[in-house]
Design a protein around this ligand. Structure first.
Ligand SMILES: Nc1ncnc2c1ncn2[C@@H]1O[C@H](COP(=O)(O)OP(=O)(O)OP(=O)(O)O)[C@@H](O)[C@H]1O
Length: 252
């Protein structure tokens, strides 16, 4: 298990443990995912833990199971939400033990890009627009409504589990998100974030797990996202030439 020195007391979630003895079979989803197959315990940073990796490596699956095991609705929202549009979540949460910190979070939010629309519908149904900045989330752009949740609903001493929060955000807004995260962290909040954004994962007071065969602890500069983005931005023409090589004779 990765140790975070004197901070290992964590904030609201210290670590999770997979109850491997109870797993029915490691040949079926979600237990057949390499990340889960090799999972024993996973420690979290008291401030921010990033989970990164290629598409399909299991980030959403693990994040959802942590959120559900902690008491959040599988489709997102605060712990008071219990809407469900489709029962597609895995039963991994039943095999996950969440080891909590001494203090309980004041509040929290499980944000997932893919069911944000349903979440916004529920905010409207429950007449909760006032808690999210006063304007219907549906009457804002995807990015604006995401950001309205960060700005208006998130607060200190809380636990935030975010699945690809960058999905609707421009690069500038992703930078603003880092500023907002920092404020909330200074006020005692903890974040667990699955992301593909090299901007968001640059937040320094953090632990980064990159999923390959299992959860590998890596530095920011060692993440594939940073390396690929850096190579592309620094050598755009060269990279484009490589990427489009096969198209040179198609006459377009
Ligand atoms: N209900 C399901 N039944 C079977 N396989 C599933 C199910 N849901 C997801 N999977 C598979 O599990 C794998 C992990 O999916 P998951 O959504 O957790 O990946 P991810 O790392 O979050 O990907 P992305 O970066 O694209 O969001 C994928 O290969 C997916 O096809």
């Amino acid at each position: 298990m990765f140790k975070i020195g004197s901070n290992s007391v964590g904030r609201y979630i210290r670590y999770i443990e997979l109850n491997r003895d109870k797993v029915p079979s490691f040949t079926e989803y979600p237990f057949n995912l390499p990340a889960i197959k090799s999972l024993d315990t996973l420690s979290f940073h008291p401030k921010v833990t990033f989970i990164v990796g290629e598409n399909g490596t299991g980030k959403s699956t693990i994040l959802e199971s942590i959120a559900v095991a902690f008491g959040f609705n599988a489709e997102g929202g605060t712990r008071n939400f219990n809407f469900a549009s489709r029962a597609t979540h895995s039963d991994l949460s039943q095999y996950i033990k969440v080891v909590k910190g001494v203090k309980r979070p004041r509040d929290g939010f499980f944000l997932r890009a893919e069911s944000f629309y349903n979440f916004a519908t529920n905010v409207e149904k429950l007449n909760l627009n006032h808690a999210y900045g006063g304007r219907s989330l549906h009457e804002q752009s995807h990015g604006e409504s995401f950001f309205a949740v960060f700005q208006n609903r998130f607060c200190g001493e809380s636990l935030y589990i975010l699945d690809e929060p960058e999905a609707a955000l421009s690069p500038s807004r992703q930078m603003s998100m880092i500023t907002r995260m920092h404020q909330l962290i200074e006020e005692g909040s903890q974040f667990i974030i699955a992301t593909h954004s090299p901007i968001i994962m640059a937040y320094p007071h953090s632990l980064i797990y990159q999923i390959e065969e299992g959860f590998e602890h890596v530095t920011y500069e060692k993440t594939e996202h940073y390396q690929v983005m850096r190579a592309f931005v620094n050598n755009t023409q060269k990279m484009l030439k490589l990427l489009l090589e096969d198209d040179k004779d198609d006459g377009v």
